[in-house]
Structures are given as structure tokens and as C-alpha cells.
Design a protein around this ligand. Structure first.
Ligand code: HEC
Ligand code: HEC
Ligand code: HEC
Ligand code: HEC
Length: 508
């Protein structure tokens, strides 16, 4: 059985949700009134006409399905994106949506489940096509095939999975494998027929080599395949030509130069927040980028088939002022989390060895001798970090889905994990039952696993025991804190203001 078979089966539950079993189509959705924009909120698509063709682009989600709640200011998430589409729909727009791909970031069982979840959710949002990023391909060529649209996957029960699109990608040296990404698609909308194609930069192959999938894929130079693809799209009646370019901005601009008949090139490259030089124009071609981590959606308006060069662009920040959670996406998240729990993915991860096989004992054990440090720690948010995964942030307005089985959250909210790799150490936290002593960000996340320290103290070798657990303020400032307080999860972190809040002098 392939490695990804189990999530594949369990993901049926997600399809069930998306098929509308939870909300019969005509029933109003709970909380579906959308978010009334507050006075200070930026206007959304001001003076845009619903008569224009509107295209919505996203890409490089990199695993950020929903904001984690670690800080107040995070933008993005599928829920708010679905709300954007819903708000546009209410205003009479008929948006056609495309994603550039790059849905996930890691390469593990959980990422495959996440990819499936995201693809199904994009289908629910009526996405027409999804490109392929190197991260997606790194999940395995066989896995990708299992995710592609096939003739019979248009089940009447629910929304279809969007087509995977990649004109210059071949899997297993074969042209017509069921489920393989297609080279192009035609999508009709009003008076327009959008001809869309996608490429993946061959230079991104490095990631694939690391993933061991290079042998299964061929990535041809985009300039070899695009002439034929664009010819056939034009022949088949496309009135607008769109390229989803999974390549750097420079490469995308170069493609815009070489293929002037493209109306629009959407580049996956560029900064996380592409607020400047966006859009750009090369002749009559518009080149836009939409950032990373799904913080934004790029909306393009094209006003009439006779004047296709009249293109407008708004990079919509999916903030929490204008956009609310969409109940269907909350349900997608809930099912995803429940699936993680059922599969016990976090608990079944292969743990990393600790140096010298030292063991994590838990903060209570340390507190038997270090009573002052323990009582201080208990009053800091670090002691309650696990609960935050159950309850979410204080004062947040949306429906919180507990994430206590999500390795990508546990890693900084329990004791005995590698925060950035999101992998457990041996004897680190496994689950709530076996590891109730390792909940929260305990002493040993900073001081290291303490078994040797305690053994030595108990053997009377106190002096020798100290090096086991010693950390200096300098180490803390330079590396320790920011292994968790990184830019994503703690954007306002400042050692000089944070440390005084958790300092715990005294050795008794
Ligand atoms: C059996 C008692 C005992 C236990 C349990 C214990 N310690 Fe200690 N620890 C000591 C003693 C004794 C010292 C030395 C105190 C002194 O220097 O006055 C010490 C010193 C330390 C120091 C200071 C090291 C330095 O820089 O000099 C740290 C940090 C520390 N312990 C952390 C921990 C942690 C973390 C745990 C839990 C894994 C723990 N201890 C468990 C007894 C204990
Ligand atoms: C293993 C991960 C990890 C490490 C290492 C870590 N923290 Fe934290 N820290 C967290 C988490 C998770 C929270 C949020 C706790 C919660 O759920 O409320 C937090 C919260 C805090 C808070 C409270 C912030 C607030 O908004 O009230 C302070 C202060 C803090 N950490 C300081 C530090 C300092 C200083 C260091 C380095 C000496 C450090 N942390 C190292 C994970 C970590
Ligand atoms: C790389 C480490 C890291 C990861 C991974 C992480 N967090 Fe956090 N989280 C933090 C830190 C650090 C804070 C405290 C931030 C601050 O106050 O500056 C925090 C704070 C929070 C808070 C706010 C607690 C409060 O009441 O103030 C919530 C909720 C939270 N995280 C949930 C999550 C969820 C859900 C995930 C998984 C999607 C996650 N975290 C993944 C480090 C992390
Ligand atoms: C977020 C990281 C972090 C956590 C969590 C943490 N410590 Fe510390 N601890 C430090 C740092 C950094 C120092 C060094 C402080 C210094 O040199 O001034 C320290 C110092 C100490 C000392 C020496 C104090 C002194 O006055 O010399 C002890 C003892 C200690 N910690 C025990 C603990 C125990 C027990 C826990 C859990 C109940 C704990 N620490 C949790 C980072 C942490």
C-alpha cells in the first residue's frame, strides 16, 4: 500500500463535507451574513464593475491553511478567501479563480493530507485550475497523479476537484496518465473565454532532487512548450490568455517578453508581501504577483473583449477587518484536525534522538528542587501554551477549531519537540495521556532534557550537573527564544521586553 493511502481514505470525510452534507445547498449557512466592514477598513474593489471579467489568483500557500492565532495581526487563510469570493458574489461579480500551486511546505504524511484538504477546499471555492509548485511535486509523482482530476472524478454529489495545470511537466515519461496535470484549460465567463496554462520553472528542480522524485518527472523548458499551447488555446477560441508562472519574477517577465500574446502572467515569485512594482507591464502584457502564505488574493478585472488591454489589479489583503470566517472552511479545518487525531499522526512521528539519550522529565520534576523557578514559570503563558491550542487566542471573534493533534502547532506549544522542524525528540511529548508532564513550553525546551542533570545531582556531583542545563542570557538572546518566537509566530518579539516577563532568578 502506498504511504499516503490512509489519509487518502480518510479524506473521504472531507469530500463529504464539501459535498454539502453539512449544509444542504439551499439552507442559509450559519453566520453567512459576512463581515460588515468597519469604518476604518480599506475599500474593497471600489468602483469595480461586476460586468467586467474578474479573475482571482492565489498561490504559494506553503501550508498556511488558516492563521495560527499566534499573533493578532495575521492575514490570510482559506476561510477569509472564501469570504472574499462570497462577498464578490453578493456584489454581482462572477469571479473565476486560479491558484499557482505550492500549497504545502513540508514533505510528510501530514502534508499529503493537507494537500488533499486544500485541493478539495479550492474545489469548494469553485477554483478552475491549480498549478503545480515544486513543494507539491515533492510529495511524490504518484501522489500527484492520485490527486489530479480524471474523467470520472466529476461526481454529481459534490464540487469537482480543480484541474491540476502544468504545461511543461511530464510524470513517469508518459503523456496520458490519468490524473496527470493538463497543459491548459478553457474557462468561459460571460463574453470571455479564458485560456489558461501553467509552467513550472525547471530551475526549481533542486527541491525535487532532495525529495528523491527527480527521476519520475521531466520539466521541459517553458519556451519549448508555450508556443504550441498558446496556439491551440487561440485556435479553440480563447479571448484572454493567462499564464500561471511558477517561476521567479525575472523569469516570468522574460516569458511575458517572449510571448507578447499573453494578456496576463501571474508569477509565483516575488516577496511575501508584494506591495510595490505590482502590477508591471511588458507591452500589452500585465504581470502580477500575489505573495506567499496565502495572505493576499490578487484580483484582476478585464473590462471588455474588444479592449483586453484594459486590465486593473487589486492585491487584496485578507485581513480580519473586512473578512470573516466562512463556515464551510471552518468545517474543512475541523475535519482536517479530526483526521489528524484519528490517524494519530503527531504521535506516530519518528522522533529525533537526544544527545547522549538524555530524557525529558517534565517541569514538575524540575520544580521539586527549583520551587521558585517553577512557581514563576507557572504564572507565565509558557505554562499554558498547550491550552491555547484548545481554546485559541483570548478575545478572538471567530470559531476556534482545536489543534491539539497538529504537529505543526504542538512543536512550540509542548515540551520536547524541535520547534522549526516540527518533529518530536525521543521522550518528548507524544499525546495528552502519555505526556501530561510535558504540556506547555516547559523548562527543558530552554534548558535541554534534564535526566543527566538530576542523576548527577542525586549522585552528589552537583558541580558536574550544572553544565547539563546551563543556558546563558546571550544564548537566549541569540538563538533560543527565536527558535519559537519567529517572524510568523511572534512578529513583535523583542528580547529586552519579553525576557523580563519570564525571568526566574533563584536556584532553590
Ligand atoms: C534533585 C534536585 C534537582 C532537580 C530535580 C533538578 N535540579 Fe537543577 N539544580 C539542582 C541543584 C542542587 C543545582 C545547583 C544549585 C546551586 O548552584 O545552588 C541545580 C542547578 C540548576 C541550574 C543552574 C545551572 C547553572 O547555570 O549553574 C539550572 C538551569 C537547573 N538546575 C535546571 C534544572 C532543570 C531544567 C531541571 C528539570 C529537568 C532540574 N534542574 C531539576 C538540583 C535539581
Ligand atoms: C519552545 C518554544 C518557545 C521558546 C524556546 C520560547 N518561547 Fe516564549 N512563548 C512560546 C509560546 C508557544 C508562547 C505562547 C504561550 C501561549 O499559548 O499563551 C510564548 C509566549 C511568551 C511570552 C508571553 C507573550 C505574551 O504575549 O504575553 C513571553 C514574554 C515569552 N514567550 C518570552 C520568551 C523568551 C524571553 C524566550 C527565550 C528566553 C522564549 N519565550 C522562548 C514558545 C516559546
Ligand atoms: C515556531 C513556533 C510556533 C508554532 C509552530 C506555533 N506557535 Fe503558536 N505561538 C508561538 C509563540 C512564540 C507565541 C507567542 C507570541 C507572542 O505573544 O509574541 C504563540 C502564541 C499562540 C497563541 C496565542 C495565545 C494567547 O492567548 O496569547 C495561539 C492561540 C497559538 N499560538 C496557536 C498556535 C497554533 C494553532 C499553531 C499551529 C497552527 C501554532 N500556534 C504554532 C509559537 C508557535
Ligand atoms: C524560555 C526559556 C526558559 C524556560 C522555559 C525556563 N528557563 Fe530557566 N533559565 C533560562 C535562561 C535563559 C536562564 C539564564 C538566566 C541568566 O543567566 O540570567 C535561566 C536560568 C535558570 C536558573 C538559574 C537561575 C539563577 O538565578 O542562576 C534555574 C535554576 C532555572 N533557570 C530553572 C528553570 C526551571 C526549573 C524552569 C521550569 C520551571 C525553567 N528554568 C524554565 C531560560 C528558561
Amino acid at each position: 500500500m502506498p504511504r499516503w493511502a490512509t489519509p487518502f481514505l480518510v479524506a473521504l470525510a472531507i469530500s463529504a463535507i464539501l459535498a454539502g452534507w453539512f449544509w444542504p445547498i439551499d439552507k442559509p449557512e450559519p453566520g453567512s451574513s459576512g463581515k460588515p466592514p468597519s469604518d476604518s477598513a480599506e475599500p474593497l474593489l471600489e468602483n469595480w464593475s461586476p460586468d467586467d471579467l474578474t479573475l482571482v489568483f492565489s498561490g504559494q500557500q506553503h501550508g498556511y491553511l488558516e492563521p495560527c492565532g499566534c499573533s493578532e495581526t495575521q492575514s490570510g487563510g482559506f476561510s477569509r478567501r472564501a469570504d472574499l469570493l462570497r462577498q464578490m458574489d453578493r456584489r454581482g461579480f462572477r469571479p473565476v479563480a486560479f491558484d499557482l500551486g505550492g500549497l504545502v511546505q513540508r514533505r510528510r504524511e501530514q502534508s499529503r493530507l493537507k494537500y488533499q484538504t486544500m485541493l478539495a477546499a479550492l474545489g469548494e471555492m469553485s477554483y478552475s485550475a491549480v498549478g503545480v509548485g515544486p513543494e507539491d511535486l515533492a510529495l511524490g509523482a504518484d501522489f500527484l497523479l492520485s490527486q489530479g482530476q480524471t474523467e470520472d472524478s466529476d461526481s454529481p454529489a459534490g464540487p469537482a476537484r480543480p484541474h491540476l495545470l502544468a504545461a511543461n511537466l511530464r510524470l513517469f515519461d508518459s503523456d496520458d496518465l490519468p490524473g496527470a496535470p493538463v497543459a491548459s484549460r478553457l474557462v468561459a465567463s460571460g463574453d470571455h473565454t479564458i485560456g489558461v496554462t501553467a509552467i513550472l520553472d525547471p530551475q526549481l528542480g533542486g527541491q525535487l532532487e532532495a525529495a528523491g522524485v527527480l527521476a519520475d518527472v521531466t520539466i521541459r523548458p517553458p519556451e519549448d512548450v508555450l508556443p504550441g499551447v498558446l496556439d491551440s488555446l487561440t485556435r479553440d477560441g480563447a479571448t484572454i490568455l493567462v499564464l500561471l508562472s511558477h517561476a521567479s519574477v525575472d523569469t516570468s517577465l522574460e516569458l511575458a517578453r517572449r510571448f507578447p500574446r499573453l494578456d496576463l502572467v501571474v508569477s509565483a515569485g516575488g516577496p511575501e508581501d508584494p506591495l510595490t512594482d505590482n502590477p508591471r507591464r511588458i507591452g500589452t502584457t500585465t504581470v502580477v504577483t500575489v505573495g506567499q502564505k496565502g495572505k493576499y488574493a490578487g484580483v484582476v478585472g478585464i473590462n471588455s473583449p474588444s479592449r483586453p488591454s484594459r486590465i486593473r489589479f487589486e492585491l487584496v489583503n485578507l485581513d480580519n477587518q473586512r473578512f470573516a470566517d466562512h463556515p464551510k472552511m471552518t468545517e474543512v479545518m475541523r475535519t482536517y484536525q479530526q483526521t489528524l487525531e484519528q490517524l494519530d499522526l503527531a504521535a506516530s512521528m519518528l522522533p529525533i534522538a537526544t544527545s547522549g539519550n538524555r530524557k525529558f522529565l517534565g517541569s514538575a520534576r524540575c520544580g521539586e528542587c527549583h520551587t521558585k523557578a517553577l512557581s514563576k514559570w507557572q504564572d507565565t503563558p509558557h505554562a499554558h501554551a498547550f491550552e491555547s491550542l484548545s481554546t485559541g487566542r483570548d478575545g478572538q471573534e471567530h470559531d476556534w477549531v482545536p489543534r491539539t493533534f497538529d504537529a505543526e502547532c504542538l512543536s512550540c506549544h509542548v515540551t520536547g519537540w524541535e520547534p522549526q522542524k516540527a518533529l518530536p525528540y525521543k521522550s518528548g511529548y507524544v499525546d495528552r495521556q502519555t505526556s501530561s508532564h510535558l504540556l506547555g513550553n516547559g523548562c527543558e525546551n530552554c534548558h535541554g532534557p534534564g535526566s543527566r542533570h538530576v542523576e548527577l545531582v542525586e549522585a552528589g556531583q552537583v558541580e558536574k550537573s550544572l553544565a547539563e542545563v546551563r543556558v546563558t542570557l546571550e544564548q537566549a538572546r541569540r538563538q533560543l527564544c527565536i527558535s519559537c518566537h519567529d517572524l510568523d509566530n511572534s512578529p513583535t518579539f523583542n528580547f529586552d521586553t519579553y525576557w523580563p516577563r519570564i525571568t526566574h532568578p533563584g536556584r532553590d
